[in-house]
Design a protein around this ligand. Sequence first.
Ligand code: BG6
Length: 475
Amino acid sequence: HRQLKDFPDGFLWGAASAAYQVEGAWNADGKGESVWDVFTREPGRTFKGSNGEVAVDHYHRYAEDVALMAEMGMKAYRFSVSWPRIFPDGRGTPNEAGLAFYDRLIDALLANGIEPVLTLYHWDLPQALQAEYGGWEDRRIIADFAHYCVTLFQRFGGKVKYWVSLNEQNYNLTNAYQLGTHPPAVQDRKRFFCANHHAFLANATMIAAFRQHVPQGQIGPSFAYSPAYPASSAPADMLAFENAEEFTNYWWLDTYCFGRYPQAALAHLQAAGEAPDILPGDEAILRNGRPDFIGVNYYQTLTFTENSLDGVTMQRINTTGQKGTTPASGVPGLYKTAPNPNLTTTNWDWSIDPTGLRIGLRRLASRYALPLMITENGLGEFDQLEHGKVHDSYRIDYLRSHLHACREAITDGVDLIGYCAWSFTDILSWLNGYQKRYGFVYIDRDETDAKTLQRIPKDSFYWYQGVIANNGADV
Ligand code: BG6
């Protein structure tokens, strides 16, 4: 039994959130509409029609939330800025009241010794840009996104060191342009790869600008990383696994880190007429946007098996919380998901696999030789408030086992700089309302009733407080 290394000094023990999921105040102080403000008003889009108009009212209660973070001993807080709060029409002159809110939040964090980790984009695109030119499907998004980001670099670059560029470009755009479950609810692979190409160009363009404006800072994308497993050692399953790795992981990670698409996937898409249009100059832009670290959002591994040419296609994900209701999902001729009999799952059929986190961190460290930051990891479950308490021992077990896997990965040589659990307080799940909770702090509200919005620390809050206090020595 090998001695485990300690978490490094200065490790960023944190938790995370996203603007749309916590802020509320959807039209306060000059904020414009985001695509999510519009999408959630359409019938049948979300669980019980839930939306972020109030969310957990972090916009007005941020001081109380930061006080709880300080009580917990948190060293880092990852949050996102709402683009339409800064630019109600997507571009032009910034809205000073929107910028001032983030000044107040960042200053409160710094006053409590909490490192802000600022996500530039967590899916809440200004509706004005979606309406004007189709958002990510048009190259004009590249300049508008850069203008928005540079505005934040100039305003906050002196006090924010860690920046996340795009949150889960892979997951968000797959939902938006393949599954049709996020706005603009399209199901078209050609349009998917086009929007995705523009997001890569926007990401790289903005990282190049970051070098000028925040030379001391660190920036990287947050990637929804589900490391792939083969369902068996049969060569057909091994090939399906390789295909899945290339199409669902390396398509993004190689492009961020190496500035080029992986070749087998690109050849396949070109033959299928689904490849993005790569214009002269695009490759140079992509190569110039290498990140400083990779943000890893880890929830589960996925296991793959072969898929016939007339086989399974992409499927809607489980939004019911009923185990065993998620159908297989895949791309005909390439791969499809298969259950992994070695793993248990959550009520939403997400596999629980701490060893998969160790494996994934090692794969990324070996392939890209960059520092890694876990920007999300956590357990979404039904929580019960009983006599003013939430006994979430299942969440503690999940987090402890995943932190143990982090420590094993550090011992294996991975340069892991931080761990932001998802999430700090309970928050609005994009599609699942408040039935699926992740927080250390319970929020008294449900989908249809904002109730008291009272903050109630769960058992996991006090457990994580202890973990931070001794720098993870017991996990
Ligand atoms: C990630 C997102 O995909 O997973 C978060 O970055 C999201 O914003 C989280 O809330 C959990 O997703 P869900 O569907 O369980 O709420």
